[in-house]
Design a protein. Sequence first.
Length: 211
Amino acid sequence: MNSENLLILDFALRSSLLVFLASFVFFASYALYRLRRRKRQLADYFEEFTGGSSEPETEHFELNPNRLQPILHSMFLAAGCAIIAFLFLGFAPVPFVHNFAGSTAWQKSPLRLTQIKLDRFHEGFEIEGEVWNQTEEPIDRLQLIVTIWDHEENPLDRLTVDTKPSPLPAGRAGTFKVRYQENSPFLAGYVLEFLDGEGALIPHIEGFNVR
């Protein structure tokens, strides 16, 4: 995920956390206030009903309400407010909030990785994914370059595979699949890059759901 999307997500999460805390304090305070008010009303009722008698059964009267239930209700209400705030601040198309709806990060690169699935096994790993052509022109002979790194962050190997279909139409998704079964004990990570038919590097960004 690119830095702009991370900043938007961080802002939405931080703001929703503040909304949760503020809402929880408000709802919990209001619920406890209502409990105390109800206790006073019942105490006044019993005092009026008994005529101010100080008999033992009224003298030791206590409402003893269950305070856990209103606290839990306050947490659920606050969580709902936080979710609404997160969705609004993160995705609502409003002009005064910079979020995913108004972000141009998705359109700044010709390619966008929309899906990556990594399957690690004892002999190596397999990568299967999807890349989206965000340009208005087809991309001919689009290739995926996978640079494999060792534990010392040095290039260990390099793989090249073609994406399908070729050429990749404008506004369409292509797929790729890579299987690597060498140098398994030294594997530490990988980097993905894309090349066009002339061997030039094509910039790409990672979609929201790419890990």
